[in-house]
Every structure is written in structure tokens, then in C-alpha cells.
Design a protein around this ligand. Structure first.
Ligand code: SR1
Ligand code: MG
Length: 403
């Protein structure tokens, strides 16, 4: 196994030339490479030739990039990411970038360059719409969650997979950032000036903290399926006719509703952010209605496809009972709402913010949008057992949110 060293652009270029056939026959002097990463954890290099041939070289750093060397982080996340993406691409080949090569020792993955796509977060901040996104994400979630679970895998194979994806350090980040920090006066928190009193109200909301404890315990203990583990709007590339899910380094065996809820939470963060992002009221209302329709379609698309898998592909005869399967789906629904609520809260007052709120120029509007995110987050966590269907959720939402 190669000995790890942190890449400079010239190292990434030489590595891509040596480990893929993409640049064969091209003069290396005509290739260029630059570091283009703006994520929280890794280095991302783009190697390209003027003819258009290109690749991404992603390398994990031995620490969290957004904090620095004071936050050491395992390089094993590069292996986990590549192996999870390989499983996802077997299940949903069109929805994951092609992996050309990976090397656990160097913590490097070389993959398809998606420069003809844009990051969903940027596009949604700009109020753009992608017609394939919701159907593609419903499929990605239903297929990856069903086919990596005990519903489909042989029980020995499932247990080997759980071991393969033991991911303690990345899980610890989620356990802390989602379920601990926002509910106490943690030094990692990032609270807008003028929002301190509102944020502090979370620390003393005992009913909310009890529900968050329940959701955290499920995150810690429910090895239902191989999760992507970080399905936020920065982990999805979009084009009008294509969707690609990237960045699976948080993958582990956890509760299915975590992935679905993370994605819905990000649609709702954009919904809240549009209060301060889109100035024209009519246009804003139409865009926000579209987002709510998308959330509705996402859940119904997921539930329909997952139910088809349940009825057609459940392999364990003891799990093949309609009565229990509808109970399972009900549990996934309640988890989905709860984790969506946690995502709204942690992105508003925790360490890792989102541009949907942060880029609102008008300070008062930004605080109002943040307030909406907290109100919705709290309601989803607290009311997830009473909200029976998406119509109930949307009615609650319209009631609580400022138009
Ligand atoms: C220190 S990592 C902060 C966040 O970035 C990742 O994408 C995850 O969402 C994590 O919570
Ligand atoms: Mg990421």
C-alpha cells in the first residue's frame, strides 16, 4: 500500500496520469491541475486537458479542512467513501459519478469530473429548478436503503457490510453536530449576532431535548441500511437532465430516515432561506410552493418505490409480512421528519451553516429566515408522531411559516 502524503496540484496530476488511462497518449506538459475544493473536509483537484478530458482527484486530509490540524480525522474515510460509492453505483449507476481508481493508503479517489453539473445548493440559492432531481433522489434513497438492508441482503453478508462500514470518527461528527451542540452552549456553535437569545432557548427546551435524545439513540443503534450519511444540498450535483450524489464519506449502517430526512431538511432550509433570497414576492411564493410540492413528491416517490421493493424483493420470509412492513414504513416516516427537523436546527445555530441562510444580505430577513428554520425544525422533531402524512406536514408548515 502506498505511503500517505498530502498532495500538491502537481502530485495529483502525476497520480491521475499514473493511475488511470484517461490521459494516455497526451503530453503531460499540456495537462493542468488546480485545487477546487470548498467543502469542509478534503482536498479536491481537477486535472484537465484542453481537449476536454478531465478527472477529479479527491484526497482526504488527516484533519478536518474547515477547522485545521487541531481537529484530526481518520484517513479511512476515503476508503469508506469509495467503497460506499461503488455499492451505490451498482444499485443506481446513473446517479453516482464513475470511480476510476481508489487507493486507501493515499486516501485518494479518482472519479468522473462533473463540471457540466452544478452543486445543488448553489442552484437552489439562485432559485433554479431541476426537473429530474426529485424523482432521481426518491430512486436513489429507495434503492440504496432497501438493497443494503436485511430486507434484501443475506444475513451474513449484511453483518459483514456493517463491519466494513464501521465509521466511528465521521459518525462522531454527526452525533455531536446534529444532536449535541445546538442544545447546549457549545464553543463550536455559530450563532448570528442578535440571535443569541433564540438559540439559547433550545438549551432549555426539555421536551425538544428528550425527542432529540430519542433520535440520537436511534442514530447510534439502528443498523437498518447503509446510509450515505450526508445527503445535504452540497453533496448533490445537478444538471437539467442529470443528478449525481457525491461525498459518501459519512456512510455507515444507520436508520433509513436519516438520509431521507437530511435531504428534506435541506429543501426546507432553502424554503426558509428564500424569505430573504428572492425579492419578488410572487416569484418567491411560486418557488416556495414548488419546493413544498417537491417534498411531497420526494416522500411519495420514495414510499412507492420502497413498497414495491418490499413486496417484490424481500428475501427473508419472516420479514415478508404486510402488517409489519407498513409498521416499518411508518417508522421510517417518523424518523424522516425528526432528522429533517434536526438538520434545520443544526444548520441554523451549529458549526456547519448553509448558504441558503448565510448568504441573505439583509440582516433582519436573515434572522427571520433563521427563526423560521428553528420553528419548523422544532415542530418536525416534536410532532413527528402526530403528523400522519405529508398533507399534515405541509399544513403545519404553511401555518407556522411567514409568507
Ligand atoms: C466538520 S464537518 C461539518 C459538516 O460537513 C459535512 O458535510 C457534514 O455535513 C458535517 O456535519
Ligand atoms: Mg461532504
Amino acid at each position: 500500500m502506498a505511503v500517505y502524503k498530502t498532495f500538491q496540484p502537481q502530485d495529483a496530476l502525476a497520480y491521475a496520469v499514473a493511475h488511470t488511462s484517461l490521459f494516455e497518449g497526451l503530453d503531460p506538459a499540456t495537462l493542468s491541475c488546480s485545487e477546487i475544493g470548498d467543502g469542509n473536509l478534503n482536498l479536491v483537484f481537477k486535472v484537465s486537458h484542453p481537449s476536454g478530458t478531465s478527472a477529479i482527484v479527491k484526497q482526504a486530509l488527516p484533519y478536518a479542512r474547515c477547522v485545521g490540524e487541531s481537529w484530526p480525522l481518520t484517513l479511512d474515510r476515503a476508503r469508506i467513501e469509495a467503497e460506499a460509492m461503488l455499492i451505490e453505483s451498482e444499485l443506481c449507476p446513473a446517479l453516482v459519478p464513475t470511480i476510476y481508481h481508489y487507493d486507501a493508503g493515499m486516501a485518494v479517489t479518482i472519479m468522473e469530473d462533473l463540471s457540466d453539473h452544478v452543486i445543488l445548493r448553489q442552484a437552489m440559492v439562485a432559485g433554479e429548478h431541476f426537473p429530474r432531481l426529485i424523482e432521481d433522489m426518491a430512486r436513489f434513497l429507495a434503492d440504496t436503503l432497501f438493497f443494503t438492508s436485511d430486507l434484501y441482503l443475506d444475513q451474513q453478508q449484511k453483518k459483514a457490510r456493517v463491519a466494513q462500514f464501521i465509521n466511528p470518527e465521521l459518525c462522531k461528527i454527526t452525533e455531536d453536530l446534529f444532536f449535541l451542540d445546538p442544545y447546549c452552549d457549545h464553543e463550536r456553535n455559530n450563532v448570528y449576532p442578535g440571535f443569541e437569545t433564540r438559540a439559547a432557548a433550545l438549551w432549555h427546551n426539555e421536551a425538544l431535548k428528550a425527542e432529540v435524545a430519542e433520535l440520537k439513540f436511534r442514530f447510534l443503534t439502528e443498523a437498518q441500511a447503509l446510509l450515505h450519511g450526508d445527503v445535504h444540498a452540497g453533496s448533490i450535483f445537478v444538471r437539467q437532465d442529470s443528478t449525481k450524489v457525491i461525498d459518501a464519506e459519512f456512510a455507515y449502517y444507520g436508520p433509513m430516515g436519516f438520509d431521507i430526512g437530511s435531504f428534506i431538511g435541506n429543501l426546507l432550509l432553502n424554503f426558509c432561506g428564500q424569505w430573504g433570497l428572492m425579492a419578488a414576492e410572487d416569484q418567491r411564493n411560486a418557488y416556495r410552493s414548488g419546493l413544498l410540492e417537491s417534498i411531497d413528491q420526494l416522500w411519495s416517490g420514495f414510499a412507492e418505490r420502497f413498497s414495491e421493493h418490499l413486496s417484490q424483493s424481500t428475501r427473508d420470509p419472516s420479514l415478508n409480512t404486510l402488517r409489519w412492513q407498513s409498521r416499518l414504513l411508518r417508522g421510517i416516516w417518523q424518523d424522516t421528519l425528526g432528522y429533517a427537523g434536526c438538520e434545520l436546527i443544526r444548520r441554523t445555530v451549529g458549526l456547519a451553516h448553509v448558504k441558503d441562510l448565510d448568504s441573505i444580505a439583509d440582516e433582519q430577513r436573515r434572522l427571520q429566515a433563521a427563526e423560521q428554520a428553528l420553528i419548523l425544525g422544532e415542530a418536525l422533531v416534536l410532532q413527528r408522531h402526530e403528523l400522519d402524512n405529508m398533507a399534515d406536514v405541509l399544513a403545519m408548515l404553511v401555518d407556522k411559516v411567514r409568507y
